[in-house]
Each structure stands twice: as structure tokens, then as C-alpha cells.
Write a protein that binds this ligand. Structure first.
Ligand code: FES
Ligand code: FES
Length: 398
């Protein structure tokens, strides 16, 4: 259990939570703030939306420990808020609610739209609300209510606030400097020594706290030192990684490039930067990167940590991986954990085969210089077939 400091609706509190406890559970179960509703509990319906450091966030998929130091506003904290009051009146007038289950989350997202949008553009409002599902209303009244509030405020000369007043980018409420690093839930490798401080300063890729993480491993027919060397060669590493392309290397440990992946029914090309940290004393390291897919306006950050374990008297290496990632934006709504894990599992398998091939000398230098292309459609189909197969096997069980 970990004690964290939060400011909830202006009140400083110090709840004690388990690493796996979600923010919504802390609010509802420990603080009786039941205005934050739970619907799907996996980040799709938006019923649990609240403000985390002023930005809308889904509390059902936000670990409470990841919010240490954050300011949280729930629907109860908007009683005196001018925009929320206008929205409540408009929702009632436009019949924008029936059962009301989605309404607290709707108000949270709507308030953000009222703050940010220059005008009451219906398309922009519908896109902005696409992370909040309503089972009852059909949305027409909700959109009318939000449009009315935006129009009324702009007519009164109240301008939109660029970025809703937020001044920093990145996952809301993550507060990496205030998170207790002893928490067992945090996949942060604090003992890694940077092999090139100058390189890190050049690209300034920040540390990330992944929202989700899982472990994977594979075996390579080479000694741990050889595999560790390969993992420190950014160009070879990228060539082994399906879908990755390096566009620039401002320093030996810093990469700028692109990675193409397929998540659910959509393919994405994340462009961004990454850095590699290595620790030769225990043959471990990590790659930390951030990127953005312009087409879907989805951002991601992630960290792949590795450690080489000798097996077979050091003739082979078991590579232990911890893969962590955070997604924010439209793709985050369809990237279910299971789908991402299946995808990662197939990428890891291909990556392992490529590493093996390079280390055994089966891949020549010319091929090494060619970026590996991930057949996104094929991989997606593979994932889909695999999941369908699992479903059919499940149905066949007596
Ligand atoms: S309960 Fe959090 S998104 Fe549905
Ligand atoms: S009003 Fe019932 S779910 Fe939206």
C-alpha cells in the first residue's frame, strides 16, 4: 500500500492505495464522491471522466498512484463553476439527459469544449464528445446544449481559452517527479546509468510513466554480451523491429523516426523521438520514446526495458522485456489491452527472429540497412484470426 497526496475538489487528502487501485475507486469508495460514474471500466464509455490537473481524464483506467501530487476535480467540485452551471441549465432545457448515467462525464467533456472551441461548430463538438457514450439520448440534445452555451458565451464576449489554459504537454496528472519510485506498480528502472548524457540533452526525450505494461521474453542463439551490443546499436535495433524506420540520429543513443503499427481497424504511423539508456554492468537497458500519429491525432509514449539472462552455459540468451505504453487520442478508445498484447506478442516474435538472424550472420549488411516493414494488414488479420480461433475453441468447450 502506498500513501499519496491528492487535491480533490480543492481539499488536500492523503489516501492509502494499492498500486493497482484506480482513481475512480478511490473517489467513490474512500471519499464517497459517487458523482464519478463507472460504466465500462476500461476506458471506452467516458462515464468516469473527471478533470486531472484541469484536463479531462478517464478515472477508471488511471492508477491513483500515477496521480500523486495532482489536482482532481469531480462533478461535485463543479457546483460553483460558471460553465458547469450554464451547461446544467442547457442540458435540462434541451432534454440532454434521460437516465443521467453518462451526464457527469458528459459535463466534464462539454466544459472542456466550451472552454476551448472558438465557435459552436457541431462537427467539432461531436468529435470532442466521441469519447463519451450515452445509451439514452441520441446526442442531439447534448450537442444542442453545448452549442447553446458556447454561442451564448462568445456573444457575451468571452473568448475561447487556447488549450483550455493548459501549459504543458503530456499525459495529464502524471507528475513523474512526485511518484514514489518504490511503488511496485511503476515499471521504472531507476538503476539505469545513462551511457551518453549529452545525447539525452540533445533530444530531450523525457522519462515516461506508461499507463499499461506487460512482460514478454524470447531466446536468442547468442551470448548475452552479443545481444546486449545489438540492443545498443540503434540502427540494427530499428532494422530488427517490425515497422520501425530511423529518419535521423542526432547522437549515438538518440533516434528520430517512425513506427507503423495497426491497432484495431486502423493503421497508424507514429513519428517521434527515442533515446536508449544502457547499463553494461548488468546487461540491461531501456528505450524510451514518444510519438504522434498525425492522421488520427493519437499520441503515444512508451518504454521497453530489457535484461539479458544467460542460459545454456552462456551460449544462449533469454531476453526479458517489460513493455509499457500510454495512448491518448482516438486510437486509445479502440486499442483494447488484449489486442495490443496480441499485436506486441507478434511484433516480439518477429523481432526475436530478426535478432537471431542478424546475430547468426544470416542477414547481410545491405539487408541490415533496410528498414523492416510491418505488414500491418497481415499482422492485424493474424491477430484477428488468432482471437477468433480462441473464441471458437472457447465455445467448443463442453
Ligand atoms: S467507466 Fe471509465 S471510460 Fe467507461
Ligand atoms: S442519459 Fe442515460 S446514458 Fe446518457
Amino acid at each position: 500500500m502506498t500513501t499519496i497526496q491528492l487535491t480533490v475538489n480543492g481539499n488536500a487528502i492523503e489516501p492509502t492505495v494499492e498500486p493497482r487501485t484506480h482513481l475512480a475507486d478511490v473517489l467513490r469508495d474512500q471519499l464517497d464522491l459517487t458523482g464519478t460514474h463507472l460504466g465500462c471500466e476500461h476506458g471506452v464509455c467516458g462515464a468516469c471522466t473527471l478533470l486531472l490537473d484541469g484536463a479531462p481524464a478517464r478515472s477508471c483506467i488511471t492508477f491513483a498512484v500515477a496521480c500523486a501530487g495532482a489536482a482532481i476535480t469531480t462533478i461535485e467540485g463543479l457546483d460553483e463553476d460558471e460553465i458547469a452551471a450554464e451547461l446544467r441549465t442547457a442540458f435540462a432545457r434541451e432534454h440532454a439527459l434521460q437516465c443521467g448515467y453518462c451526464t457527469p462525464g458528459m459535463i466534464m467533456s462539454a466544459r472542456d469544449l466550451v472552454l476551448r472551441l472558438d465557435d459552436a461548430d457541431e462537427q467539432a463538438i461531436r468529435v470532442g464528445l466521441s469519447g463519451n457514450l450515452c445509451r439514452c439520448t441520441g446526442y442531439a440534445g447534448i450537442v444542442r446544449a453545448i452549442r447553446a452555451v458556447i454561442e451564448a458565451r462568445r456573444q457575451r464576449g468571452i473568448a475561447a481559452v487556447i488549450g483550455a489554459g493548459r501549459t504543458s504537454l503530456g499525459p495529464v496528472g502524471s507528475h513523474p517527479n512526485t511518484i514514489p519510485t518504490t511503488s511496485p506498480s511503476m515499471p521504472v528502472m531507476t538503476d539505469i546509468k545513462l551511457s551518453s548524457g549529452a545525447a539525452v540533452a540533445t533530444l530531450d526525450v523525457p522519462d515516461v510513466i506508461p499507463a499499461k505494461s506487460f512482460d514478454a521474453s524470447f531466446t536468442v542463439n547468442a551470448a548475452p554480451e552479443q545481444v546486449f551490443t545489438l540492443f545498443g546499436d540503434a540502427r540494427t535495433l530499428a532494422a530488427c523491429f517490425p515497422g520501425a524506420t530511423i529518419t535521423d540520429m542526432p547522437a549515438p543513443d538518440c533516434i528520430e523516426g517512425e513506427i507503423r503499427v495497426a491497432i484495431g481497424p486502423l493503421a497508424a504511423a507514429f513519428r517521434g523521438s527515442a533515446r536508449i539508456d544502457r547499463d553494461e554492468t548488468n546487461l540491461s537497458g531501456r528505450l524510451i520514446g514518444t510519438g504522434r500519429d498525425q492522421k488520427s491525432r493519437t499520441s503515444t509514449s512508451g518504454q521497453i526495458s530489457w535484461r539479458m539472462v544467460p542460459i545454456d552455459d552462456g551460449r544462449k540468451t533469454r531476453v526479458l522485456l517489460t513493455i509499457g505504453y500510454s495512448l491518448s487520442g482516438p486510437l486509445a478508445q479502440i486499442a483494447r489491452d488484449g489486442l495490443v498484447r496480441d499485436l506486441a506478442s507478434r511484433i516480439t516474435t518477429t523481432f526475436a527472429q530478426n535478432c537471431d538472424s542478424y546475430l547468426s550472420g544470416a542477414t547481410n549488411q545491405a539487408a541490415r540497412d533496410q528498414p523492416q516493414r510491418l505488414n500491418a494488414v497481415g499482422l492485424l488479420l493474424d491477430v484477428a484470426l488468432s482471437r477468433l480461433g480462441a473464441l471458437v475453441r472457447g465455445l467448443r468447450k463442453p
